[in-house]
Each structure stands twice: as structure tokens, then as C-alpha cells.
Design a protein around this ligand. Structure first.
Ligand SMILES: Cc1cc2nc3c(=O)[nH]c(=O)nc-3n(C[C@H](O)[C@H](O)[C@H](O)COP(=O)(O)OP(=O)(O)OC[C@H]3O[C@@H](n4cnc5c(N)ncnc54)[C@H](O)[C@@H]3O)c2cc1C
Length: 397
């Protein structure tokens, strides 16, 4: 495949660059932007940023035009991700909406659901979270205990979700609940679109080991959803659940662009750090590791391009997203572990005492979650084995 960019594609890049220059907040590029993610106004800033992206036509470029996207080609997708990573653009607050719920509703939602939700997803007016995991149901979601019981045209939902990313910021939740019991546990599960601002929904923060608050516990006490909030059929939510997971994993693969940039920063770190008066980059063992990281990052990225091509041609993602997710999360963890280890005794320092305000340490701590969220590495390997290699099914399920 030819990865050089045509004139038309370079024009696309130039127009995105010009838009970013015009619209990134003052101080974003030179590091003087006054807000941090710990400021109370930060989530309002992120909603505003997503709305700006939407108005510029840059919020969901892979989506069909009729839903507010651009029908982006593979090369445009690549350019978009490269440019966003280059400027370290603000986080997409409605990541779950844009990369997971929106594409699933476009694929499987009713016309009313598309009408009701899609525009508000892309504008950032309604932020979404994903209510799948429970205290005793993660890798095996068929063990979930949250129930939804029919009451006229309403459903009364009770139970507990956990690890709900963006739950504290979200307006809506794509939630799995058990609606009936069958011998086959995958049957009897239904997907509901649940309003997070109702009295029956309570969100409690979970603080991570890096001190950050990205996810939550969500308690459902007689929470209410309606027939119109069901995606797919009652009791047949399993395939809807999987469809969203495929979108999630393919989206996570896109983090390879960030990893490529972080690799370049790691090379700079080995240029700056010295051991016995010699720059680390001159150490043959360190050079070998750098080449190893470079080769694997580049190889994973090329593999991601191939998978993205398949997804764009087919119109929806498949099991190959598991490959991307596995590669990017494991490689990220390994690379950041290495970045901390080469700092020697400085590696244990934190915040302002550490190099780069502990950027490397924080990324290292965060990387553990990457190999778990969206399905653990072991589960990705099972999916690759069964669905791509045709190996026999995992006996544990
Ligand atoms: C950063 C982050 C964000 C998350 N965000 C969300 C979110 O927004 N919404 C949401 O619903 N959930 C979210 N999760 C939860 C995540 O999906 C689950 O943690 C994950 O699916 C694993 O489930 P578990 O924690 O219950 O572990 P378990 O399923 O109990 O697994 C424990 C261990 O057993 C292994 N294992 C389990 N089954 C098998 C098997 N069949 N074969 C081989 N090994 C197996 C696993 O790989 C793991 O090592 C998030 C998690 C993280 C870390």
C-alpha cells in the first residue's frame, strides 16, 4: 500500500492545521493555558471544545455526512489522528459517545433513537458513559446481576456498575441489564439508554493509584428507562453489546498515534539523561531497546492501517480491533516501564520533584489500566484465537 499523501490529502491536512491554529485555546501550544484537568471549569471547557470541533466539521470525521461526519477516507483518518496528536489536542470529553455509542446507534439504533441522540453526541451536548462492568462481571459479562423489570412501558432498573469511565460527567449511559433468565447466560440481557440525571442513579468516584479520578461506581436504585430506550430486541442485547465493544477496541487502536509521538519523546529523554558522563542514547543496550520499541510501534501502526482499511470497506469493525488493542496497550505499558527504569533513582520521584513533572511516572501508572479497560489482554487473545485463527473456544466460557 502507498502511504504517501496526495495533493488532495495534503490540502486536507493544511485545512485541519489552519483550523487548529485558529481554534485551539490561547496558550495551548506554548504551555501557558491556565486551566488544568483538576479545575472545576475544565469539563465545561472540554464540552465547549467538542462543540467547536463539531462546528468546524472535525468532531466525528469517520461518520457518514448525514450524521454530522465527513465520510473520511483511510488517509484522512490517518492525517486527522496525526495532526491531533501533534498539537496534543484537548481530550474528547464525549469519547464514549463519538467512538462507541454513536457508531453503534448508527448501525443498530431505531430511526427515533438516531433522531433523538446522534446530533447531541456529536455536538457534545450529551456526554455518554458505558455501563457494562459490575463487581462480579467484567471479562464474563453474562454474569451481570443488574436487573430491569417491565412495568407498563417502563423498565425499573436495580443493581451496581463499576469502573464507569466518564460516569461523573455523563448525561447518558449505554447500560446492560438482565431482563430474563435462561440456561444460556448470554440470552436474557438487554441494552438500555439510561438517563444519568434521574433520582435512581447515584455515581460515586473511584480514585486511581495515580490520584486521578477517571472512573466511578454507579448505583441503580429503581432507575427508570422506557421501551423506546432499548437498543435491539429485549433479551437479545448480547450482539448489541459486542458491536459496541468492537467499536471500542478499534478506537483504542488509534492510540498508536499517541504512542508513536511518545516514543519520539522517549528518544529525547535518552538524549538528555546521562550515566557516568555518557548520554544514555550512546549505550548499546539502550539503543537496542529503542530500535525494538520503534520497530514494534511502527509495525503495530501499519497493522492498524490495514485493519482500519478493512473496517472502512466493510462499514463496521470486526475482531481485528482486538489485535490493535492488545498491541497498543501492552507496548505502552512496556515502554513507560522502561522510561521510568532508565531514570534510575529519579524514577521514584513524583510531581514537581520528578523529571517533566512526573509525566513518565504518571503514564506508567496509567498504562496498567490500558491492558484491562475495553477487555483484558487475555480476553483479546481469546478473541484473536477464536475469531481470527479459528482455534477452539475458550473452555472457561
Ligand atoms: C481504565 C479502565 C477503564 C474502564 N472503563 C470502563 C467503562 O467505562 N465501563 C465499563 O463497563 N467497564 C470499564 N472498565 C472495566 C473493564 O472492562 C474490566 O475491568 C475488564 O473487562 C476486566 O474485568 P474485571 O475487572 O472484572 O476482571 P476479571 O474479569 O475478574 O478478570 C481477572 C483476571 O482474570 C483474567 N481472565 C478472566 N477471564 C479469562 C478467560 N476466559 N481467559 C483468560 N483469562 C481470563 C483476566 O484477563 C484478568 O487478568 C474499565 C477498566 C479500566 C481499567
Amino acid at each position: 500500500m502507498d502511504f504517501s499523501f496526495s495533493k488532495r490529502e495534503e490540502k486536507f491536512r493544511a485545512s485541519l492545521r489552519a483550523w487548529l491554529e485558529e481554534n485551539l485555546p490561547d496558550g495551548w501550544l506554548d504551555g501557558t493555558f491556565p486551566l488544568s484537568k483538576h479545575d472545576p471549569e475544565y469539563s465545561a471547557f472540554l464540552r465547549n471544545w467538542q462543540n467547536k470541533l463539531y462546528e468546524g466539521g472535525w468532531a466525528a470525521i469517520a461518520w457518514p455526512k448525514e450524521y454530522g461526519g465527513r465520510n473520511a477516507t483511510l488517509m484522512e483518518e490517518i492525517i486527522y489522528q496525526q495532526e491531533m496528536v501533534r498539537v496534543k489536542a484537548p481530550q474528547l470529553i464525549n469519547y464514549v459517545g463519538i467512538h462507541m455509542v454513536g457508531p453503534t446507534l448508527i448501525q443498530l439504533g431505531t430511526e427515533e433513537q438516531k433522531e433523538r441522540y446522534i446530533e447531541k453526541i456529536v455536538t457534545g451536548e450529551e456526554v455518554w458513559c458505558q455501563g457494562y462492568s459490575e463487581p462480579n462481571a467484567g471479562s464474563d459479562l453474562s454474569a451481570l446481576k443488574t436487573t430491569a423489570v417491565k412495568d407498563g412501558d417502563r423498565w425499573i432498573i436495580n443493581g451496581q456498575k463499576v469502573w464507569t469511565s466518564f460516569g461523573h460527567l455523563a448525561d447518558k449511559c449505554f447500560l446492560l441489564a438482565r431482563t430474563s433468565h435462561h440456561e444460556k447466560k448470554q440470552k436474557g440481557i438487554t441494552v438500555f439508554l439510561v438517563d444519568m440525571h434521574q433520582p435512581g442513579v447515584e455515581t460515586r468516584p473511584i480514585i486511581q493509584m495515580d490520584g486521578e479520578h477517571d472512573f466511578n461506581e454507579v448505583y441503580l436504585n429503581d432507575a427508570i428507562a422506557y421501551d423506546a430506550d432499548i437498543v435491539g430486541e429485549v433479551d437479545e442485547g448480547w450482539k448489541v453489546m459486542i458491536t459496541l465493544l468492537m467499536h471500542e477496541r478499534t478506537g483504542i487502536g488509534g492510540q498508536l498515534f499517541t504512542l508513536e509521538q511518545q516514543f519520539a519523546e522517549l528518544v529525547n529523554l535518552t538524549r538528555e539523561l546521562e550515566d557516568n558522563g555518557r548520554r544514555l542514547l550512546e549505550d548499546p543496550f539502550i539503543r537496542q531497546r529503542m530500535v525494538d520499541f520503534y520497530t514494534r510501534t511502527r509495525g503495530s501502526l501499519l497493522n492498524y492501517y490495514r485493519n482500519l482499511t478493512t473496517t472502512l470497506k466493510r462499514g463496521y469493525p470486526g475482531a481485528e480491533g482486538s489485535m490493535d488493542k492488545l498491541l497498543v496497550s501492552e507496548l505502552t505499558k512496556e515502554m513507560f516501564e522502561y522510561s521510568v527504569s532508565i531514570q534510575g533513582h529519579q524514577g521514584v520521584l513524583w510531581k514537581e520533584d520528578a523529571l517533566a513533572d512526573s509525566f513518565w511516572q504518571e503514564q506508567y501508572l496509567y498504562s496498567f489500566g490500558m491492558t484491562i479497560g475495553g477487555g483484558t489482554s487475555e480476553i483479546q487473545k481469546n478473541t484473536i484465537a477464536e475469531r481470527m485463527l479459528g482455534l477452539p473456544k475458550d473452555l472457561g466460557r
